[in-house]
Design a protein around this ligand. Structure first.
Ligand SMILES: [Zn+2]
Length: 474
């Protein structure tokens, strides 16, 4: 067929229009974001499924969109990170840490914040200390993106009895003081209530739980060993820190021991009389009442072995300030005294705690990953210790998927913020941990951090390492 000249000239404007349309539309079509992470495998901790080769688009502190990495030509961002086949999980939550040691250690406590980030811990729950004004300042600065560090939830001061064991705690001996203490905690706008059993009476302990329940405040912590754990559960207790307290309820001789004023002296008997069937009933009650448990297995092991393990060459020791390092001596002295007295408590406790994990999980009890890192808790380093806690949970019988859920799903669930956390999807906070390998295959893979994203800001491996080195120079 012949095309006439007039036909060609009629086509010319049409071709021109088409060309202009393409140039303009292509320019317009590239949607712009603050941060783009390409070629990443997204690990869903709840389902265990992996979405392969994705593109995560982030604006501000939130995930805006997730698409196939193939569509990358349609997007651009101020900052782009090619993950090149790496795996991404939500940033880790450490549900039991401490900022403490008095005003002279405020600077050293603040230096722990980048340490958490370097190990992929993007949220921490501070379980009470004596530098609350500083912790509240950091909580605000991180929330406003003015400081690099994990999101902080804090209990503020602990509640204890007369002559509290830890400095900064508030003394509560009766119902009236419980109400006054909670007034002052509400004034500080703390995130939950932490109880401690230095000298807290069972009556004051129950009173705090009841009063907090009325106000909609969450309670967790230690329990006076003369108290009844299941009674506390029925009054509205939200969590237990460490395994001692549920353990007590798992012994048929618990009630008779309560009368003897033995304190932790009753622990070996409790362990020896642990009744798996009774334990099953206790765990069911915990599940029914939505009581969380923070087992803190790794610190248990660290303290049980403290006299046998040489920590002088720990890779993280240089990153801990010398004031905090000095507080580590206390646990060593304590272990020496325990050894001299022939106490087998710590070693036995480590054993029974690990044994209780699987039945608790099977009963549906929500386990929380918490390290107990902080001043006075020797050689349990901020950030790294949470990764070790996940390993300890797997060693105790959880799958890597279940262990990760104790941190990235149960953590936000404790604070009722699963709407913004818990998985990597549109609208969730961009707190991410990118790993070289799939952590569902081997929990040890959490150690190989490729990058961390905190509230939409990316820290590459090199940047995290530089952050650590600057700490060692301090
Ligand atoms: Zn603690």
């Amino acid at each position: 067929m012949n095309i006439s000249n007039s036909n060609i000239s009629a086509l010319k404007p049409a071709v021109l229009c088409l060309l202009i349309f393409f140039v303009v539309s292509c320019g317009k079509k590239k949607k712009s974001y603050d941060l783009l992470i390409s070629h990443v495998n997204i690990v869903n901790i709840a389902s265990g499924e992996i979405e392969e080769d994705k593109l995560i688009l982030i604006n501000g502190d939130s995930i805006s969109q997730i698409v196939d990495a193939k569509a990358i030509e349609n997007y651009k961002a101020e900052k782009e990170l090619n993950a090149n086949g790496k795996f991404v999980i939500p940033g880790l939550w450490d549900m039991h840490v401490h900022f403490r040691g008095g005003d002279t250690l405020i600077g050293e406590n603040k230096n722990l914040l980048p340490l958490f980030l370097a190990y992929g811990v993007t949220t921490v729950r501070d379980a009470g200390g004596d530098i609350t004004p500083s912790v509240l300042k950091w909580r605000k600065a991180v929330a406003e993106n003015k400081m690099a560090g994990p999101t902080i939830f804090t209990s503020g001061p602990k509640l204890d009895g007369e002559n509290p064991a830890w400095p900064g705690s508030i003394s509560v001996t009766n119902q009236q003081e419980a109400a006054a203490a909670l007034d002052s905690l509400q004034e500080l706008d703390v995130d939950y209530v932490k109880m401690y059993d230095g000298s807290l009476s069972p009556e004051a302990y129950y009173a705090i739980i009841q009063e907090a329940e009325k106000r909609g405040m969450k309670t967790t912590g230690h329990m006076p060993l003369a108290a009844d754990f299941l009674k506390a559960v029925s009054l509205g207790l939200n969590g237990a820190e460490h395994m001692y307290y549920p353990l007590k309820a798992c012994s048929p001789v618990a009630d008779s021991l309560s009368q003897l004023n033995l304190g932790y002296g009753m622990m070996e008997t409790l362990i020896d009389t642990y009744d798996p069937q009774l334990a099953g009933e206790v765990f069911t009650r915990m599940e029914e009442n939505e009581v969380f448990i923070t087992p803190t297995l790794y610190i248990g092991k660290t303290l049980a072995e403290i006299l046998e393990v040489d920590h002088s060459r720990d890779t993280l020791l240089p990153y801990v300030g010398k004031g905090i390092k000095a507080t580590y001596q206390g646990r060593i002295e304590g272990a020496k005294r325990a050894k001299a007295s022939g106490s087998q408590m710590r070693a036995k406790m480590e054993n029974i705690s690990a044994k209780m994990i699987r039945p608790m999980q099977d009963a549906g009890v929500k386990i929380l990953a918490g390290s107990d890192s902080g001043a006075f808790n020797s050689f349990v380093y901020a950030g790294e210790s949470l990764q070790k806690e996940l390993e300890a949970l797997v060693a105790a019988g959880l799958s890597p998927q279940e262990a990760l859920a104790t941190s990235v799903i149960n953590g936000p669930e404790f604070f009722d913020v699963l709407g913004r956390y818990g998985d990597i999807s549109r609208g969730k906070v961009a707190d991410l941990l990118l790993l070289d390998n799939n952590p569902l295959k081997d929990i040890k893979n959490v150690h190989n951090v490729f990058a961390v994203v905190k509230s939409g800001k990316v820290f590459t491996r090199q940047e995290l390492q530089a952050m650590l080195h600057s700490l060692a120079e301090k």
